[in-house]
Design a protein around this ligand. Sequence first.
Ligand code: TRP
Ligand code: SF4
Length: 328
Amino acid sequence: MASPRVMSGIRVTGPLHIGNYWGAFRNWLSLQKDYECYFGVMDWHGMTTAYRKSEEIAPWTREMYAEILAWGLDPEKNTVFVQSQVHEHIELFMIFANLTPMGWLERVTTWKDAEEEAKQNDTHNLGRFAYPVLQSADIAIYRGEKVPVGQDQVAHLEISREIIRRFNNVYKAKLPEPQALLTNVPSLPGLDGRKMSKSYGNTLLLTEPDEKTLRKKVNMMLTDPQRARRENPGNPEICPVYSYHKLYSSAEDVEWAATGCRTAGIGCGDCKGRLAQNIENLTKEPREQKKALLADSKKLQGLMDVGNEKARKEARKTLEIVRSCMKW
Ligand code: TRP
Ligand code: SF4
């Protein structure tokens, strides 16, 4: 296997939406071809905000695990695990917690920006505050070197590097300092044109439950408000439907939408219908595979067990190294 080692994770918050896919997950699918990869379904990170709905974490975790395999993540080639099932993450987290000055965490932008909201929804808690420390442990426990993430994770990667660097300095250790692997994430507005976010209820799921729901959601999408009537020309550049076309449609269809919009040659209904069809074509198979896997809970559990055990083996190795550096 070619080095360097790749490590990444997705936080468990419910079903994946297309923003998750284009932001990071799509990258995993291409990286698995060339690298040794560790991919985690991060349920502890979900718990930091969903602790009052703890009973939902396990079903969400299974769904996410099934989903990422259904989209083509190979569980044999990669190590695909569930974070809470590999206890070594938490051990290393606790070691790192001792090495992390409070001030570093206070300065993390994702914390500062969310602090007010966190107070309001009862998630102004130590677990959430320490989120980047756990993330650092996630990476270091597999001695990850490259971390494919979306732009929103840059601040976390920065502090992960600092924590790991500090560990190396204090204990004369040589854990790799991880680097973010960023790709160009296309701009992907929510169905209503605002930022796509679960809390706005404007997401399109990576796999909607069926074609009908997918079509309904696409039909709900905001369009250029200047096109109130079929005969009004529009501007595709300000239309979320068009941004999705650019991701899901062929060059011909993108051209068809842009020209048809500007010349009022097509209606928004036509434009959305074509988009929904193109998304459906890409989604149909993974959706069915995901359903099949979720329906066969024995098989799914078996896959998770194997992945978790593979992960544990490597994580234990790292903890041995860590403890020996600490003379503990
Ligand atoms: N914080 C990441 C996110 O919200 C998820 C995550 C948890 C992660 N642990 C990680 C990503 C380790 C990369 C490496 O997307
Ligand atoms: Fe948007 Fe398409 Fe309507 Fe133009 S024709 S406003 S791109 S939905």
